[in-house]
Design a protein around this ligand. Structure first.
Ligand code: UGA
Length: 446
């Protein structure tokens, strides 16, 4: 009989995973503690912006016209326990308030609610990003609390999806990593992922701690790569070099590679910043803090970028923000997402606002979330409106829409034609030809 799958937690990770499992042909039941989220998903609507996800839900959510009906949602743990052979835990693990460590309360709560309804043998699969050592602890809780006892096994299967590419990353991952203890874990997960494995996706089997570490190691490496190129941007600025050319040139070396070498205002979002901090905190607990002290530097290089952008803007408007209008293009932490968690763009906008600048923000998809987080900023309905009367324009999230703006049209509405490119994504020559003073991070001033 085909495996029945449940997905616990229906945020970015869970909603995408649930839809992807239905696409792979399984019967899927998604659970979330927030009834409004479940209601939306049951109507085929996604509570966030993620390209392609709504289409995938539309194909599978039961009750929608023409759907396969393989995907349903619930808030009932009893139903989940009864339905599933495999239970994926996809809840959030944010940073703890006032600490570097990871907040495990949602994972703990999910396991505490799930275990008592597991009356028959099942595989529980953790996908959330957790501190190393969590799986070993959670497996004890599961077998203690589940009526099926040792018939319940735990596997750790970290997720590597990127926001904006979540659907494709889930359906065609570049690797599948599973940390297992018993035999069931590997066998069942090979069945779940038979399609991508058949298409050539590498399947890496490890023990629990290695699987947990793979995830934090991968995100730490990516964060380090970004901070490396941003450190080079600082040196380029001091030495009149060009970090974009430098990245291109070193990227030709296959051992280095071109990706994740875009210098600018640095990384943000719900993953990289909190993951490197949680990793440092956990290494400290394990007595291995020295191994990760470099991540502190990675974090400070990254945070310095935001301050540096504020300074460039201040310099550009004549040394102080009072009475100066600042247009901010972009609020999300990266394009093709509506996520503003720890967004460098909003952080810069907020700092300038607090220093007396009149900041107007426009973002193609992130306005609602940005407004909720920073209600005191002014928001405009278009890039052009945001720029009206501005003394400086800051390009802080590299949406395609901003690359297509007409520098001439924008020049006609601003007070002063100054633009700062915080993402090194605009065509400097085109803006300069249209009369703009164009400055980018880590690049020579023309
Ligand atoms: C990241 C990882 O890339 C995923 O593999 C991982 O699964 C995910 O975290 C997670 O842990 O769930 P994501 O947060 O969606 O994915 O975003 P990234 O594409 O990694 O970008 C992160 C930040 O780095 C963004 O603010 C982006 O603007 C910035 N960035 C990226 C740069 O500043 N320069 C670059 O060259 C690349």
């Amino acid at each position: 009989m085909a495996l029945k799958i449940t997905v616990i937690g229906t945020g970015y990770l869970g909603a995408t995973h649930a839809a992807a499992m239905a696409e792979l042909g399984f019967e899927v039941l998604g659970l979330d503690a927030v009834p409004e989220k479940i209601e939306m998903l049951a109507r085929g609507r996604v509570p966030m912006y993620e390209p392609g996800l709504e289409e995938l839900l539309g194909k599978h959510v039961a009750g929608l016209p023409g759907s396969t009906g393989r995907l349903r949602f619930t808030t009932s743990w009893e139903e989940v326990g009864e339905f599933g052979d495999v239970h994926f835990i996809c809840v959030n693990t944010p940073q703890k308030h006032g600490e570097y460590a990871c907040d495990m309360s949602y994972v703990e709560a999910a396991v505490a609610s799930l275990a008592p309804v597991l009356h028959r043998p099942a595989l529980v699969v953790g996908k959330s990003t957790v501190p190393v050592g969590s799986a070993a602890r959670l497996t004890r809780t599961l077998t203690e609390l589940a009526p099926a006892g040792t018939g319940v096994e735990l596997a750790w299967n970290p997720e590597f999806l990127r926001e904006g590419f979540a659907v494709q990353d889930t359906l065609r991952p570049d690797r599948i990593v599973v940390g297992v203890e018993g035999e069931k874990g590997e066998k069942v997960l090979r069945e779940v992922y038979a399609k991508p494995i058949g298409e050539g996706t590498p399947f890496v089997v490890t023990d629990y701690p290695t699987a947990e570490l793979v995830k934090t190691a991968a995100n730490s490496f990516l964060a380090t790569k970004i901070s490396f190129i941003n450190a080079m941007a600082e040196v380029c600025e001091a030495a009149d070099g060009d970090v974009v050319k430098l990245a291109e040139a070193i990227g030709h070396d296959e051992r280095i590679g071109k990706k994740f070498l875009r210098a600018g205002i640095g990384f943000g979002g719900g993953c990289l910043p909190k993951d490197i901090r949680a990793f440092m905190a956990r290494a400290g607990e394990l007595g291995a803090d020295q191994a990760l002290t470099f991540l502190r530097e990675v974090d400070s290089i990254n945070m310095r970028r935001r301050g540096h952008m504020v300074e460039l803007a201040r310099e550009t408007v004549g040394g102080g923000f009072l009475g100066r209008r600042v247009a901010v293009l972009g609020a999300t932490f990266k394009p093709d997402s509506d996520d503003v968690r720890d967004s460098p763009a909003l952080n810069v906008a907020g700092q300038i606002h607090l220093q007396g600048g009149q900041v107007t923000v426009y973002d193609p998809k992130g306005m609602e979330n940005a407004r909720r987080l920073f209600p005191t900023l002014t928001y405009a309905e278009s890039a052009l409106e945001a720029c009206r009367g501005a003394h400086v324009v800051l390009h802080l999230t590299e949406w395609a829409e901003f690359r297509e703006l007409s520098p001439a049209a924008l020049a006609s509405v601003v007070a002063e034609a100054n633009i700062l490119d915080g993402r090194n994504a605009l065509d400097a020559a085109a803006w300069r030809t249209a009369g703009w003073t164009f400055r980018a991070m880590g690049r020579p001033q023309a």
